[in-house]
Design a protein. Sequence first.
Length: 351
Amino acid sequence: MMTRLDAIVREHGFEHFGFAELETPISIDLYDQWIDKGYHGEMKYLARHKRDKRQPNAHFKRARSAIVVTQDYVPHPSPIAEWPLSDSIRIAGYARGKDYHRFLHNKLRALCAKLSEEFPGEEFLSFTDAGPVLERDLAARAGLGWVGKNTCLIDRKRGSLFFLGEVYTSLELPVAKLTSEEVARDYCGTCTRCIDACPTGAIVSPREVDARKCISYLTIEVRDPAPLELREKMGPWLFGCDICQTVCPWNVRFHGKEKLDVLHPEPNRADLVEDLRFLLTSPNRNLERVFAATPLARVNGMGLKRNALTVAGNQRIHELSDLIKTFFDNPRLGQLARWAFEKANSDNKAE
């Protein structure tokens, strides 16, 4: 069975995968403590998922095992031919293409359909990170890596720039039983580059992120502008952030510094100005149409304008001062626009 199962998984485009028994996650108590500290911020669904994460087969009674797969996203596996923004505006690497929730989910559904055909009478259910799955715990138990100090799953041969996906199944797979010590094995050593590089101090201790300070959270998960004490620390990031991964020696070793630098090259100011002008002048519905197939759709047109104003202020884009002023009376963005205007023109005042 395993030979055929391995072949089917590979035939569906997953070269790096493993198997784990569905049982109470080793890190579930740490997860509960993280929620209790309020580090999940406004992501209330993470608190609602606590029971299902503790009991992986709560709603899928026949589930016995999980097939855990990875999908590299450097280079992006599903690029968009006519990306509307230049490389001068900072977007997390995983988001520079089609939304993985769609294409990865479609690949997993196709895998489930084939497995159902191959193993009649058995059941298969797929998940991306939208489901109530403690993914990194499951992936670590499947032998796909360890949880690094930046809380990302890291593989010694592949780094961490990959998506995770899971298939719960009623098949009882002959999985290797790893001890909690083996799952928690740490190859970060004394390195603290991810912690030191985080602009907002979101990695409050090794393997503990306060999402409320994370640039990804601030640009994606919340509706309001970032708090003043964090806003300027967000720098040029329009959507997401992957600093804590691109500085990781394991990613540098696997991908090479040059390839990682290509993800976020030094910005060309003229291009950055035009990117921000496009975002700030386009009707919200147009932005939502343009980015509909990408992760950027998550924040909708108003969210992209909010993030663009933050970037304009942080990058001192005084060329757009008149445009920024048009948002002064906006009920949601007025305060942020005034801040961005002040920051954008602060260098000129100093002169």
